[in-house]
Design a protein around this ligand. Sequence first.
Ligand SMILES: Nc1ncnc2c1ncn2[C@@H]1O[C@H](COP(=O)(O)OP(=O)(O)OP(=O)(O)O)[C@@H](O)[C@H]1O
Ligand SMILES: [Mg+2]
Length: 357
Amino acid sequence: MYLKRLELENFRNYEKQEINLINGINLFLGRNAQGKTNIIEALYVCSFGKSYRTTKDNELIMFNKPYCKINLDYLKGDINSNTSFYIDNLNRKQIKNNEVKVKKIADYVGEIPVVIFSPESLDIVKGSPAKRRNFVDMICCQLSKSYIICHHEYMKCFKMKNTMLKQDVIDEGYIEVLHEKMSGYIKKIVETRLKVIEKIAQYAKPIQKKLTNGAEDIVLNYKSDFIGMNENEIKKYLDDHFYIDKIRKSCVKGIQRDDIEILVDSNEVAVYGSQGQKRTSLLTLKLANFELLKDVKGENPILLLDDIMSELDGVRTNFLLEYIENYQSIITTTEDTFVKDIQNIKYFNVESGNVKE
Ligand SMILES: Nc1ncnc2c1ncn2[C@@H]1O[C@H](COP(=O)(O)OP(=O)(O)OP(=O)(O)O)[C@@H](O)[C@H]1O
Ligand SMILES: [Mg+2]
């Protein structure tokens, strides 16, 4: 698949913009604060139905405008397809895929598979467990509709449980019902996360070897209290640990505590890795992410590479560019010196919310 044409209306600093993309490298060049990342964000919104930069949809609307629209034409297989996104100041939101309203976002996510790589991605290898969970969750969401639903339902229960734990009198019968529901969701979430992490690990190994001339070995370990448990065992585990929740007045045990340990040569990269090892591991994980989506979906995901130059050195950037040469990518940068030898590239200039070919 590939993206053909992006149209923006009142989106961030774009009042009206049309961009014709090629099935190759699309390089957006511009100084700081001109609107490069906004393009990446718009494409991400078309893929996930929400931004990765904000949880408030209406921040996407241009200042002092009543609504914003994104329209994306793309080719899927050999079928011309289209997605549109609309949000207004009253928080009315609508996503349409091929002119049909998307009723549940779970029915839509995965339609346009993307891999995003931005300076913030480095948090996966050096930040908190939440960043690693998010990395894995976003892949799970693109691969499994039921994962999105289970995760959403689990979080609802989690919030209800936390609200109850803050009350003076706790309704234990209500907690019992929540635990029962949560155990079903936990089972599904843990199974999917485990499968995805194992797959990512498989793809990652040869990539890391290649990136380091055979020197480094990367291993991923999923850390969760619930691996291998059935629903009854999960329920019992939640019940048995409820006394801790009561003391802390918040839900302590659950999949919101899971982590993914990333080991390079048996050492946790987040703790012991050098800057270079962190960057190499991140690049490996992102390419493994790409390979996994490509294989499961049977089509090429789109690479969104936002300002990666600031995070990767020349060697790693060249490796990445060689890797992606045959796929569609949207790349933003403030300098174009690194892409001199690449074929199949289209340049765009970004200046104050205007894109010119
Ligand atoms: N809702 C909005 N309405 C109007 N302008 C906005 C809105 N949200 C963000 N902007 C503006 O968009 C501009 C460009 O943002 P963007 O993040 O795309 O820049 P960039 O080109 O990626 O810069 P950098 O190279 O520094 O990352 C910013 O100056 C910001 O103030
Ligand atoms: Mg930017």
